[in-house]
Design a protein around this ligand. Sequence first.
Ligand code: PLP
Length: 259
Amino acid sequence: MTQIAKPAAILSIAGSDSGGGAGIQRDVATARAIGCLPTTVITAITAQNLSEVRDIQRVDLKLIESQFRAVVEGFDIRAVKIGMAGHSSAVVRIAELLREYELPNIVVDPVLVATSGGVLGDIETAEAIKEYLIPLATTIAPNQDEAEVLCGLSKGEIGCGVEGDSVWSAFRDMGAQSLLLKGGHAENWQGAEIIIDTLYTENSTTEIRGRRLNLPQHATHGTGCTLSTALACYLAVGNNIEESARCAVAFVHQQLLKG
Ligand code: PLP
């Protein structure tokens, strides 16, 4: 039998956003724009638009697993982005599969709340992300709200009593190798002209500064998905985490400018 070479690809494990602006739809568009081949494992289907999440249907674990095996066995997966897992049991199964296939360059975007405020992951899902996914991740890219939930902090505490270094230290205790803490949602930056995303690794802290664009909230829907997928793509082609984080932040900025 002729062996077909496995095409190099990235894998997005995420939910479907019926509005098209975030989730799987955004991840596929991002990977293609960067020039990587996207493959997908859909974990949940959401019914939503820019103002609300109306319904969520989880994909059963068996189908999550068969999507995963089909993709990993048919493609040369160079990086993985995990977005909305949707349920703690899905997080556990995804972690088992990631370990079984020893996939490289794992980017975790701990999706818990939609930009519109809809809940996309409950507290058990957050706990499972901490226990099972963070220790496997090359990097984790939470926004401020998600970082606060994962670190057991109250809303608004980061930057207002709790500094980034302590957040990194909490993630390191969870087993994280690196952390890209996004500054875009930070309350205390409202009105400021720059956004600072900070990459923490074992050996360095790198601030990535960008000009804040004054966009309505709905225009930023999906930026977390774009950033984490872009990070996976840049890691997939051999960049280190610092280079990948800089390129991913620049890519998001470019996309926001395009509108
Ligand atoms: N994944 C899905 C399926 C979503 O619907 C959303 C937001 O609605 C997200 C992820 C997170 O989006 P964002 O990139 O705006 O954080």
